[in-house]
Structure formats: structure tokens, C-alpha cells
Design a protein around this ligand. Structure first.
Ligand SMILES: [Zn+2]
Length: 369
């Protein structure tokens, strides 16, 4: 993919950042993380009288030092960190106001997936990962860092994931697009990447990059590039990993997908219907689609409706759902949306708000604030 596409993707991210700086979201939800943050101290959340640790699986970060690495290259513009994604006191205040104890941080935008030079790609993700590790070191009880890698070079992606986990102490990796150019991540050349993730036994967090190829049809009102394009990209990503047999080949791989896992958790029946209608469509996968969601695929809670979340639990199991905010972007993601869900019991609320990630990321119970 060319430079122009990279800039479009970046501009897309910037336009969301501008929206985040406004007074909130018009319409049904009027919610502003930062307005609440200005109001006061740290909220401590309990369920049934028991203090629980709230962990946000979906939070963005930017690393300022990346700008130095791409200076003088065609990616110079991409390297400028989004100010509201640089981790500092403002983010801590926003988390405190909501009652979020810890956040899982990933780099998003995926512009570096378009870097054609191996050495430059390696330097970019190394700087990102060292910056993320520094944030973890500065705020050890507040942030969990995930490694970035260059997915255009599967061997370098595996190397960067291992370096991030083993040398820098990051807890897993972030996949920042559903695919690149004409390559699907289910292609055999990615086997070494999936094998490395399985060997390390770490969680991967997948977030769409905002470039589905359908952008010409997603213009106009409704922010359709985000509301339709993002879940579509995630759905395509997961469908390939399932139908090409990648998840069967690497049963230890666990991927948590942003935005309630895209459309697939709400559409599995019809997706599996292809196996009845056309047998050869399913010749590479070994299990029904929902089996992958009950074991290897997780999703954040960004569905925004009581019934929507209940449906995800019914399809995937409560152990596969984790709380996500998309911070710093102003979605209706207050933990109260989980705490007040009329269809969940206390054990389910605790699992989603943090319990599942404590187990999956092997976090120490003593780290609770
Ligand atoms: Zn996001």
C-alpha cells in the first residue's frame, strides 16, 4: 500500500482525535471522559461490597520518540504522536474518574505496516515498544503494554513480538489492521508469526486500521468508516483465520478483538451456514465457527447495549469478553454500563470488568491499587 493510503489512514485517526476534544457525542450518548476527569479524585469500584480491579483492554497510546526515527523519510508526518494518546497525568485523571485501575495499551493506526524498508520498520517498532515499556515502568500499577510489530514482514513481526515480551516485559502484542494491501494474515508466510505468539503464550489484541478498501462507500454522515468499516475489517480478519485453518493450526493463539469483535459474534449462524450450502467453503477449518469464539477469540465490551452484551456472552461465553473503552475517544464506555447491565449477574460483571484479564495476562493479584 502506498504513501497516500498511509496518510488517509492517519487523517482518519486524526479526525477522531478532533471529535474527542469536543464537548461529547451528540445524540443518544452525552458522555465526556475528560469533563468527568476534571471533576475529582479516583473512583474505586466494588461489586457486592468487594473491591474489584477494573482493567480496560482497549486503550490507545502514542510514543513521541517515533518522530525522530522517521524524520526525513516519507513517513515523517505519520510519526507525529497524537497528543491525547501520549500517556501522562491527563490519562491517569481520566482513568481515575471512571474507576479504571489498569489499561492495556496498544499503538494503532497501522501506518508503519506500509513501510517498505526492513531496517526502518524494525527501528520504528523498537522505538514504540521501548516507549511503551517506559510507560509501564513509570506507572507499573496502571498500564499493561503490548508490543507493536511490522506485519508487512512476518519474520520481523515475530522477532519484535519476542523482543517486546522477553527483553522489555510487554505482556503481549497488538495487531493494528485486519490485513495489509493484498495480503491476508492467514497466508502461510504468517505461520511463523502465529507460531511465535503460540510459543510465547501471550495475548494478541487486534484493532482495525481503518482501511477496508470500501472507503468510497463509507462517506457521508454517520462516521461510517468507523461504525461500519471497523467491524467489517475485523470480521474479514477473523473469518480468514477461521476458514483458512490458521486457528486450527495454532490452537494456542488467543486474539482479543476490538469493538465487540466486529460483526461476527452476532452473525455466526449465517457464517457457518456456508458449510451447509457449499461444503468446500469449509474444507480448511475443523470446528463450527462458535467454537473458535469460545476458545481462541475474545472481544471487548464495546457493544453499548445490555442485550448486545448478553448476546455476546451467550455466543462466546463470559470468559471471552473483556471491558474496553477506546480511550481517549469519547464512546459511552463508563464501567457503569457493565455494572448497571440488567441482564448480568455479579460474577459476570466482575469477570468482564477485570477478572478475565487478570487470569489471561497472568497479573499478580497484589498489583491491585
Ligand atoms: Zn480503538
Amino acid at each position: 500500500m502506498g504513501k497516500r493510503k498511509m496518510q488517509n489512514r492517519r487523517e482518519f485517526v486524526k479526525s477522531i482525535a478532533v471529535a474527542a476534544a469536543g464537548a461529547g457525542v451528540a445524540g443518544r450518548f452525552t458522555y465526556d471522559v475528560f469533563a468527568q476527569a476534571a471533576a475529582g479524585g479516583r473512583r474505586q469500584i466494588s461489586i457486592g461490597g468487594k473491591r474489584i480491579r477494573v482493567i480496560d483492554a482497549h486503550a490507545h497510546l502514542s510514543i513521541r520518540n517515533v518522530a525522530d526515527v522517521v524524520k526525513g523519510t516519507p513517513f515523517e508526518r505519520n510519526g507525529n504522536a497524537a497528543a491525547n494518546q501520549v500517556i501522562g497525568p491527563d490519562r491517569i485523571k481520566a482513568m481515575d474518574a471512571l474507576g479504571i485501575d489498569m489499561a492495556v495499551l496498544t499503538q494503532q493506526g497501522a501506518w508503519w505496516y506500509g513501510v517498505p524498508d526492513r531496517d526502518l520498520a524494525r527501528s520504528i517498532v523498537r522505538t514504540m515498544n521501548e516507549g511503551t515499556a517506559a510507560v509501564m515502568k513509570q506507572y507499573p500499577d496502571r498500564f499493561i503494554g503490548m508490543a507493536a510489530f511490522p506485519m508487512q514482514f512476518p519474520d520481523l513481526a515475530a522477532e519484535a513480538l519476542e523482543d517486546g515480551v522477553k527483553r522489555l516485559g510487554l505482556k503481549g502484542g497488538g495487531i493494528s489492521a485486519g490485513f495489509i494491501a493484498d495480503k491476508e494474515f492467514s497466508a502461510p508466510e504468517y505461520d511463523l508469526f502465529w507460531a511465535k505468539a503460540q510459543e510465547l503464550g501471550v495475548l494478541l489484541f487486534m484493532h482495525p486500521g481503518g482501511d477496508t478498501g470500501a472507503e468510497a462507500h463509507l462517506r457521508g454522515k454517520g462516521n461510517l468508516g468507523n461504525t461500519v468499516g471497523n467491524p467489517l475489517e475485523t470480521t474479514i480478519f477473523l473469518s480468514h483465520l477461521i476458514y483458512e485453518g490458521t486457528l486450527d493450526k495454532f490452537p494456542g493463539v488467543k486474539i482479543c478483538c476490538a469493538h465487540a469483535g466486529g460483526y461476527l459474534p452476532s452473525y455466526m449462524g449465517r457464517t457457518d451456514g456456508a458449510c451447509v450450502r457449499q461444503l468446500d467453503a469449509c474444507s480448511s477449518k475443523k470446528r463450527p465457527v462458535d467454537e473458535y469464539f469460545k476458545t481462541q477469540i475474545m472481544a471487548d465490551s464495546m457493544i453499548f447495549r445490555d442485550d448486545g452484551l448478553r448476546h455476546m456472552i451467550a455466543e462466546m461465553g463470559v470468559g471471552q469478553i473483556v471491558y474496553g473503552t477506546d480511550m481517549p475517544f469519547p464512546w459511552p464506555i463508563n464501567p457503569d454500563t457493565i455494572l448497571n447491565n440488567r441482564l448480568l449477574n455479579n460474577a459476570e460483571k466482575e469477570a468482564i470488568l477485570g477478572g478475565n484479564l487478570v487470569k489471561l495476562l497472568k497479573l499478580s493479584p497484589a498489583a491491585t491499587a
